[in-house]
Design a protein around this ligand. Structure first.
Ligand SMILES: [Fe+2]
Ligand SMILES: [Fe+2]
Length: 202
């Protein structure tokens, strides 16, 4: 599995939780529909898998490898991706800050949690479409076979800071459990990542 294929697979898990997030936001509009436990699990997933696991791999290994091949950090696709990672962190920060009050029944806090959850979902769908459809295709073209193999080895063995070797599998199991809870089909959710930038290129 190439490094970009491994990252595309992680996108599929992230998109399944994004679909759950949207379902939970729809449900939250109904009386007693706010599922605080689910929002807590999804915030945990976003912080510790989508960001601290997946984005960390992009920022620590893939993006520097692309910069070394001449892609500018500022003003190009890498800069856009880094900027969007930051917006995502801000969204999930607002969700986390308001979760306890939302669970206690505070309507304003619930509105803030769902508002930022919807914003995060839209951001991540567009972000993953750009990585799947543009940046990772560029990576597949500009990285040498040796560089792809080096990244592949890193992705098989390296554990991002703050995570452990079981982090990936643990959160992928959490994503599967959330899909059951929210009746989300992971294969259908993965289609969100194809979007306007073309089909899945491996
Ligand atoms: Fe990214
Ligand atoms: Fe990504």
């Amino acid at each position: 599995m190439t490094a970009t294929t491994a990252l595309r697979t992680e996108h599929d898990h992230i998109l399944s939780v994004v679909a759950c997030l949207r379902a939970a936001c729809s449900a939250a509009g109904a009386p007693n529909g706010f599922d605080g436990e689910s929002f807590g699990s999804m915030i945990d997933f976003i912080k510790n898998y989508a960001d601290a696991w997946h984005h960390a791999k992009e920022e620590t290994h893939l993006f520097p490898a692309l910069e070394a091949r001449g892609l500018p950090r500022d003003g190009g696709p890498i800069g856009v991706m880094l900027h969007e990672h930051g917006i995502g962190r801000s969204c999930v920060g607002h969700m986390a800050d308001n979760l306890a009050a939302a669970i206690d029944g505070d309507e304003t806090a619930r509105a803030i949690v769902t508002q930022y959850a919807m914003a995060y979902a839209d951001l991540l769908v567009a972000h993953i479409q750009k990585e799947n459809g543009i940046l990772f295709n560029i990576a597949d073209q500009v990285l040498s076979v040796e560089e792809q193999a080096r990244l592949e080895r890193i992705y098989e063995t390296a554990v991002p800071e703050g995570a452990d070797a079981g982090t990936g599998k643990r959160y992928e199991a959490l994503a599967a459990a959330l899909c059951q809870r929210w009746e989300v089909d992971p294969a259908e959710a993965a289609q969100l990542g194809q979007g306007e930038f073309g089909c899945h290129a491996g």
